[in-house]
Design a binder for this molecule. Structure first.
Ligand code: PMV
Length: 326
């Protein structure tokens, strides 16, 4: 009997961001990054390799994916087959609890869960470092979703040296994020294409790589000191520098919508009224607000001037991957 392995991985939000590859095949980033894994958003994936299958079968939230959409997953499974010597095709069943393609990094939890389930189902027993390296090949941000709490992905210079590790887990102080989930729109440009364009055309790219080093150092210190204000300020500045790369690319692009700017302005207004809150955003329109749990009610009430209550999702620090054999 072929065994089925199920893995559950949570998404993460980068506080110092990865935005640009040094090596697209190996998925080596230009700079290191630091994130917080979140409890509310996760992917659960089951994988079974079975000799009777004539192709990989991939089911996503109850629907069979077309071959075209499944291609990226099949390519990842090829890598697992290569590493394990497994020759059978796989059945993959994924339940995704993350709004997809709207900058909430469903690829992070998605490829982390797939790496965990597929490697174990194929007969590999990887430690968490090697699992992180494997997840990286699916999607850069997945490298960090193997772990819980605050996580750092070391850029590295080859496959062996590019992996993530825990900076702080469990997170024993009060930091939360409110995800402002905006209208799902089609991304103007995928993160892969966006990154390639900024590396090639933004005159500010070398400055980004240089300042990322300083941001990483300051962020490590702020996390160790459990200093919400510092964590928030560094994250907000880092996020806007990432988006400034997009605005300075040729041709320029951005992931903002009018609602994104409304949410950013609301956070800035709250801060000027004395509420300790900061924003960050990834390759999509959604804004994530970094704050303390004691302030989430005040912030949600203020944001309800512009958004529906169900658009405001509070998340706390989340756990690392779990893998079970059924
Ligand atoms: O690995 P990807 O393609 O999901 O890249 C995501 C990059 C950002 O989310 C924008 C930043 C990051 O470090 O997660």
């Amino acid at each position: 009997m072929a065994k089925t392995v199920t893995a559950k991985a949570h998404t993460n939000i980068a506080l110092v961001k990865y935005w640009g590859k040094k090596d697209a095949d190996l998925m080596l980033p230009q700079n290191g990054s630091i994130s917080l894994t979140l409890d509310h958003f996760y992917t659960q994936t089951s994988v079974t390799f079975a000799t009777q299958l004539t192709a990989d079968e991939i089911e996503f939230n109850g629907q069979r994916l077309t071959a075209q959409k499944a291609a990226r997953i099949s390519q990842f499974l090829d890598l697992v087959r290569q590493q394990s010597g497994q020759t059978a095709y796989a059945k993959v069943v994924t339940e995704n609890h993350v709004p997809t393609s709207a900058g909430l990094a469903s690829s992070a939890s998605g490829f982390a869960a797939l790496a965990g389930a597929a490697s174990r189902a194929a007969g590999l027993q990887l430690d968490l470092t090697d699992l992180s390296r494997l997840a990286r090949r699916g999607s850069g941000s997945a490298t960090r979703s193997i772990f819980g709490g605050f996580v750092e992905w070391h850029a590295g210079h080859d496959d062996a040296s590019s992996y993530a590790e825990v900076l702080q887990d469990p997170v024993d102080w009060d930091i939360q994020m409110i995800a402002v989930v905006l209208k799902a729109t089609q991304k103007p440009i995928s993160s892969t294409a966006g990154m390639a364009r900024v590396v090639q055309t933004s005159p500010y790219y070398p400055a980004w790589v240089q300042t990322a080093e300083a941001d990483l150092k300051r962020m490590r210190q702020a996390i160790a000191a459990r200093d919400l204000q510092q964590v928030g300020q560094i994250a907000e500045t880092n996020a806007m520098r990432m988006h400034a790369l997009n605005l300075s690319a040729e041709p320029a692009f951005n992931y903002f919508t009018a609602e994104t700017l409304t949410a950013i302005q609301a956070v800035t207004d709250l801060r000027s009224q004395g509420v300790n809150c900061y924003y960050t955003l990834d390759a999509g329109p959604n804004v994530k607000i970094i704050c303390a749990g004691q302030d989430t009610d005040v912030i949600k009430t203020a944001l309800q001037q512009y958004f529906e209550p169900e658009q405001l999702i509070v998340a706390k620090p989340g756990p690392g991957i779990t893998i079970t054999e059924n």
